[in-house]
Design a binder for this molecule. Structure first.
Ligand SMILES: Cc1cc2nc3c(=O)[nH]c(=O)nc-3n(C[C@H](O)[C@H](O)[C@H](O)COP(=O)(O)O)c2cc1C
Ligand code: SF4
Ligand code: SF4
Length: 257
């Protein structure tokens, strides 16, 4: 069995999940969706996608990638949709996309980890975060066994009301995402280090007179605000009071690299 796992991550939860899964899948290759040419999986017969749920659906970068990916009908496709408790229709959306390309999502798992959506608050108390890491690790282990055995059929989803209401919001909000960066600003702790420029997967930040300037092709991954070493980036009015978050076992160099 030759496995490839494509992953996208803002704050490391999806990278951590992908790594955990790769350990279970003996020698799976990890490929970030930042690399120049990730659109084919070579001779892999097991191909996975690990990505965060954004606004109750698949993030734009992952959609673009899936559109360009060379898919094969006899490949075993699986996914981990990494989220903060509301996976909604995300994995069904992925299943539909692959089906339209003549392929099948054999298995899709909902992995719940601390929230990185800082406009709505911090990642929660440490005790709760540790509980989530533990449970997610157990679920990834179980997913790994199911994938290794090429089991088919499990596609996790949220409750019906969530799929109806939130899918409508996803569709309405999707086009707004690139310009949502207009609410970012920096406080006087910014020292012009440029980490935000380097961590942005969309090359959406430039330094102008030593301060970040957002260029309105944002993906809302929130890497910039969460990884700023000075915690100087803010979003709207409330984030000065909210704790920053990235997965504790993932470092800045892992995300930039
Ligand atoms: C723009 C945005 C939208 C999000 N929307 C959802 C959502 O709809 N449902 C959910 O459960 N979590 C949502 N989250 C939380 C992330 O999915 C979650 O924290 C995930 O673990 C982050 O993964 P990462 O660290 O790999 O980026 C959202 C996060 C961001 C940045
Ligand atoms: S990472 Fe933070 S401190 Fe560094 S340039 Fe960006 S905003 Fe300023
Ligand atoms: S500007 Fe910030 S939130 Fe937007 S894509 Fe870049 S790192 Fe992510």
């Amino acid at each position: 069995m030759k496995s490839v796992i494509f992953y996208y991550t803002g704050t490391g939860n999806s990278l951590w999940s992908a790594r955990r899964l790769a350990e279970k899948l003996d020698g799976a290759t990890l490929r970030p969706l930042k690399s120049a040419d990730p659109f084919e999986a070579g001779d892999a017969d097991v191909v996975g996608f690990v990505f965060p749920v954004h606004m109750w659906g698949i993030p734009g970068r992952v959609l673009d990638f899936l559109e360009k990916l060379a898919v094969k009908p006899d490949t075993y496709y699986f996914a981990l949709a990494v989220n903060a408790g509301q996976v909604s229709r995300t994995l069904l959306q992925l299943s539909g996309l692959l089906a339209r390309r003549g392929a099948t999502l054999a298995a899709g798992f909902d992995i719940v980890l601390p929230s990185n959506y800082i406009p709505w608050g911090g990642p929660g108390p440490e005790e709760r975060r540790n509980e989530l890491f533990l449970r997610a690790g157990e679920k990834i282990n179980a997913a790994g066994s199911a994938i290794a055995a090429r089991e088919e059929g499990q596609i996790d989803k949220g409750p019906l009301w969530q799929r109806v209401v939130f899918t409508a919001i996803y569709k309405m909000s999707f086009k707004q995402v690139p310009k949502m960066d207009k609410d970012f600003w920096t406080d006087d702790r910014c020292n012009g280090c440029g980490v935000c420029v380097r961590v942005c997967p969309a090359k959406n930040i430039i330094l102008a007179a030593g301060k970040p300037a957002w260029q309105h092709h944002c993906e809302q991954c929130l890497a910039c605000i969460q990884w700023c070493p000075e915690e100087s980036i803010q979003y709207g009015k409330k984030t000065p009071a909210y704790q920053r978050y990235h997965h504790p076992e993932v470092q800045l160099k892992d995300v930039i690299g």
